[in-house]
Design a protein around this ligand. Sequence first.
Ligand code: C5P
Length: 418
Amino acid sequence: MVKSKRILLIVSGGIAAYKSLELIRRLRERGFSVRVVMTKAAQEFVSPLSFAALSGQKVYTELFALTDEAEMGHIELSRDADLVVAVPATANIMGKLASGIADDLASTLLLATDTKILMAPAMNLRMWLNPATQRNLETLLRDGVIFVGPNDGDMACGEFGPGRMAEPLEIAAAIENCLKQPTKIPAPGAAASPSSGSKPLAGRHVLLTSGPTHEPIDPVRYIANRSSGRQGHAIAAAARDAGARVTLVSGPVPIAAPHGVNLVSVETAQQMYDAVHAHLPADIFIGAAAVADWKVSAPSKGKIKKTGDGPPALSLSENPDILASIGKLKKGRPLYVAGFAAETGELEKNGRAKLVKKACDLIVANDVNPETGVMGGDFNTVRLITKAGIEDWPILPKEEVANQLIARIAKLVSELKR
Ligand code: C5P
């Protein structure tokens, strides 16, 4: 189904340009057709002839080549693709797209396209880490551009660090993955929601948890975690857009609930457990909350005072596992149960274990090491773990993770026998 899709490959100028030749082979092996556009700088590294030979198509280089305009105008060139990929993507081409500059064929096509854009950056590590590049990266992620890499590694310039382009096989896999989702972006004015054409979850009840829980120590202190609720709330909004009736059971968060969802505010894990069970039945349950695993066994009724005898000992007891309690329901189990696994190591192993232990259909695993900025941040890099296997998604804004996750779950639920 994903076969014979058309890829517009934009090659910008960097030593990694030679790896795009390998990428074309990998893409053609997978049945994709590839049309190549090169920047002027790219032609300094690899000749257009090599790209023409491997792609089997004319290579485009000039914005104002009249013969090209007669054959195919630049707008058509950019629209005649199922996906536009910039490999390698230099700091320059990222900067141009982030600022809306169109001063050559490559940058014009990136601005004119109506498909998603995937970029595989390649540059010196200082250029990658430069605040200007990082600002542009953030802008592009917000605008929906999908990134693969860069990876840490030895660089052509003799340094080591982030900036090395992802390998062709990794990029080919990311492209295949992208093409499993709709890639055409609706025209301005057309409804933009992924589910706007149809409401794949119409008539369904989606019950989900979001945010942290607060476990009281005394009336003024509590144990909590850094969850912002952004991912869970974005999923609630995506489910609403897909036509579902949504019940959002949320711990204390600094953000507003999306309009049109039924918000049930709770504080502790026990309250979250009770609220979730009170709002069954549901067709789909998604446990996106960062539920505290432990609570203080006997919170103090009054504020605990300093006595001079050292800090008080807190005795902890385990909270109920909400997700497992839903996954293991004998009667009235939702058709689809999904959970999250926020991990700081062994993502795959821990995610797989949770899939089984909590009787889920899907675990969305993510790396919450502080350097990823996921906890409380705008972006998420997730790994989907099901019985069928594992799927890595590129770094995406949390809203986009939510849209794609809901689209995926809606499809899976529609395939189940009622
Ligand atoms: O075991 P761990 O906390 O890593 O599992 C994470 C998943 O389990 C999340 O989906 C979270 O919402 C859910 N969970 C839960 N109740 C708990 C602990 C975790 O529902 N007490």
